[in-house]
Design a protein around this ligand. Structure first.
Ligand code: WTA
Length: 682
């Protein structure tokens, strides 16, 4: 059953240096039992979604939704490259994820909430309960906060049902939600409040992580202050309570600004809020993500196009049926959670699992116990979590009685041997795996196998999903033909409905970041002239399968979380003693990559352990714990070119124990050996 092929992966022409190596290509076929029940088994789908049928093929996605009014134009390119989809159409996302299921599924579980503490009972929220709660929260937002369609609200919520409930309540009103990952600091949250122009912040008093009840409300105070200092006033902070009626936070409630949601809700019991009929091109949410400059950018996603796209992807690629119990272990604070915990699965009337805490709490058997208890049959997680679970409990899955038909990996490249453990041990050699490559900006999947139609290839994401036409360009804009083994910049030839509309308030940055390099004619209104550049290096093999190598820009992928090296460097520079900072991505066995931070000091300051701690602490305070450097190296000087540019390539070679190469042309060649000894020892 297994065919093998060898491909040479040569040094990327993209500037990212990937050593030449041979990679084995092995095909694994999905099992007949899976194929027999799958949603998408029509091999003609790739022809139907070929470029000849573009853009009309995407109507099929939109038809998966309920519309108040049908669209008149499938794709409007007049404001290229800000594509408009399903123009003239009207719909409501909350209606599509909740109300429309009531007739058939009102007593079915919409959300299974699994608290981190194992002794706390699992909460099952039916579609009817969800309907009730979403309506009541929408009433609070509309009548208590005075919010209306187009207003922005910042959410800083962890993994409890209050997060999707609040998102859907916003969507019901056409209010734009901007959810900030709960692990981000108050300061990072405040910057996003300011950028989005939110005057309402919705948070929670606390939540469980690693067995501890964390105080989260304290972050809200920092966030409001940070936003205020930049000129954005927050006049209401709504605070959910992890245990209604008990305050889990030591932070005081500010009179006239802070309100416990559970108190306010008492006045809105049984309220019904009609879903606002929104234009397809209305804005559903903002999701901030890191780029190559210090300032995070707000990816702006539409209502109609986005929802149609994630619904189709959930149906065809995740193979979600209403009777499935689907568990995606990502955080809703990231795009994966928005698209594939909340909007996609709920649009399909699935039961979606929300797990509050750490996958290995209290031990590495926890995910498999949850799967057994809830009868989860579709499982979705990231390579970092798979590596962690494999290390902490390689034999744990076998101890539990669960059966997955389908599994997903997302967020980072997965090593073939990690893929095989996932397939053989977690999936018991039965479940189909999809390795889905995509981005915050793209709304949903770009490359993945269609699970019943394509064979899996460990370590390779797969071909473009139906309707997505990937191409690899070299730096000169020439196409690298499939099978040549040369890496290049992966681009998508065509627009698709899930692609973000723009960067919030920054169209120029949107155009230059994603289209600047390969646009054939900036005045053109023809989509063929505007390939989308993802910012990843990739190789395409003969069969059209794509292997993602990593970012080509200054973005570092830590445990599947995107961080800008410039953001970390700016955070380090907030420490008074620091003169210069450089962040280097270092390979890590569990997290894929982690940041190593080099700093040099201003005159009059001395290196010390305390100062290293202080710098590391400053990065956590500004950005959140996930950005904390693995090590801080206080060096006497940075290796520099004669024109004063920091030679990151050399620092990278030192951190990653590689060859520093020729250093004779540096302004300060002697520094290299002393840094090497400091970092590597001896
Ligand atoms: C990387 C997460 C390899 C890639 C959905 C991309 C991947 C960035 C994969 C986006 C994958 C995502 N294989 N690399 N299957 N999926 N990436 O915006 O570098 O948090 O550009 O979206 O993650 O990260 P983001």
């Amino acid at each position: 059953m297994e065919e093998k092929e060898l491909t040479e992966v040569s040094e990327a022409s993209t500037g990212a240096a990937y050593a030449a190596h041979w990679q084995e290509e092995e095909y694994i076929h999905p099992k007949p039992e899976f194929i027999g029940q799958a949603n998408m088994t029509d091999p003609d789908v790739f022809r139907r979604f070929s470029l000849e049928n573009f853009p009309d093929c995407f109507k099929e996605f939109a038809e998966m939704l309920d519309w108040d009014q049908y669209w008149h134009t499938t794709l409007d390119t007049s404001d290229a490259p800000c594509w408009k989809w399903f123009v003239g159409g009207k719909l409501n996302a909350s209606y599509n994820c909740v109300d429309r299921h009531l007739a058939k599924y009102k007593n079915k579980t919409a959300i299974h909430f699994v608290p981190e503490l194992e002794e706390d009972p699992i909460v099952h929220i039916t579609y009817q309960d969800l309907y009730k709660r979403v309506n009541e929260v929408a009433a609070v937002l509309r009548d208590f906060c005075g919010l209306k369609a187009g207003d922005r609200v910042t959410l800083h919520l962890p993994m409890t049902p209050e997060l999707p409930i609040t998102m859907l309540a916003c969507a019901r009103l056409g209010v734009i939600h901007s959810q900030v990952f709960a692990g981000f600091s108050g300061q990072a949250c405040g910057d996003r409040i300011w950028d989005s122009g939110s005057r309402v912040l919705i948070t929670i008093d606390g939540y469980y992580r690693g067995g501890k009840l964390l105080d989260h409300k304290a972050n809200a105070d920092v966030a409001v202050e940070t936003a205020g200092a930049q000129g954005q006033t927050v006049d209401k902070v709504l605070v959910w309570q992890r245990h209604p009626g008990q305050n889990a936070s030591a932070a005081p409630m500010v009179e006239g600004r802070d309100y416990f949601m559970n108190e306010v809700l008492k006045d809105y019991k049984g309220a019904i809020v009609e879903p606002v009929s929104m234009p397809a091109e209305g804005i559903l949410f903002l999701m901030y993500t890191s780029g190559s400059t210090g300032k995070p950018k707000g990816a702006q996603h539409s209502i109609g196009g986005y929802l149609a796209y994630v619904t189709a992807m959930s149906k065809w690629i995740q193979d979600i049926h209403p009777e499935d119990v689907y568990w995606c272990m990502a955080d809703i604070g990231w795009i994966t959670g928005h698209s594939f915990i909340v909007y996609g699965p709920l649009a399909l009337a699935a039961s979606t699992v929300i797990y509050e805490g750490v996958p290995t709490y209290p031990d590495a058997g926890r995910p498999w116990r949850i799967a057994e208890e809830l009868d989860v049959n579709i499982f979705h997680t990231a390579p970092t979590t798979i590596r962690m679970l494999r290390k902490a409990g390689p034999d744990e899955p076998a101890k539990y009685n669960y059966k997955f038909k389908h599994m997903t990996t997302v967020g980072e490249p997965i090593e073939p041997e990690v893929w095989r453990w996932y397939y053989n041990v977690v999936g018991r050699g039965q479940a189909a795996i999809v390795d889905t490559w995509w981005q915050t900006e793209t709304g949903g999947f770009l490359c993945s196998t269609v699970p019943a139609l394509c064979s899996m290839k460990p370590g390779s994401a797969g071909p473009g999903v139906p309707g997505i036409h990937p191409v690899i360009f070299d730096d000169e804009g020439n196409e690298v033909p499939p099978g040549e083994g040369r890496a290049g910049n992966i681009c998508i030839r065509n627009p698709w409905p899930g692609l973000m509309q723009t960067i919030w308030k920054d169209r120029d940055r949107f155009v230059s970041t994603y289209f600047g390099k390969y646009c054939k004619n900036p005045d053109s209104k023809d989509w063929r002239d505007w390939p989308y550049m993802a910012g990843d290096a990739a190789v395409m093999s003969k069969d059209g399968y794509v292997r993602i190598l990593g970012r080509v820009d200054d973005v570092i992928n830590v445990a599947g979380h995107r961080l800008g090296t410039k953001e970390i460097e700016s955070a380090a520079l907030t420490v008074d003693a620091v003169a210069e900072a450089a962040v280097i991505p270092v390979k890590d066995e569990l997290k894929g990559t982690v940041p190593d931070l080099y700093v040099s000091l201003k005159p009059g300051f001395e290196a010390s352990k305390e100062l290293e701690e202080k710098i590391s602490g400053a990065v956590s305070a500004v950005l959140g714990k996930i950005a904390r450097p693995k090590r801080v190296h206080i060096v006497p000087d940075m290796p520099k070119t004669r024109s004063g540019k920091i030679m990151r390539r050399i620092l990278s070679a030192i951190s990653n124990k590689g060859d520093v190469g020729d250093v004779t042309t540096l302004a300060n060649p002697d520094i290299v050996e002393s840094i090497r000894v400091q970092v590597q020892g001896g």
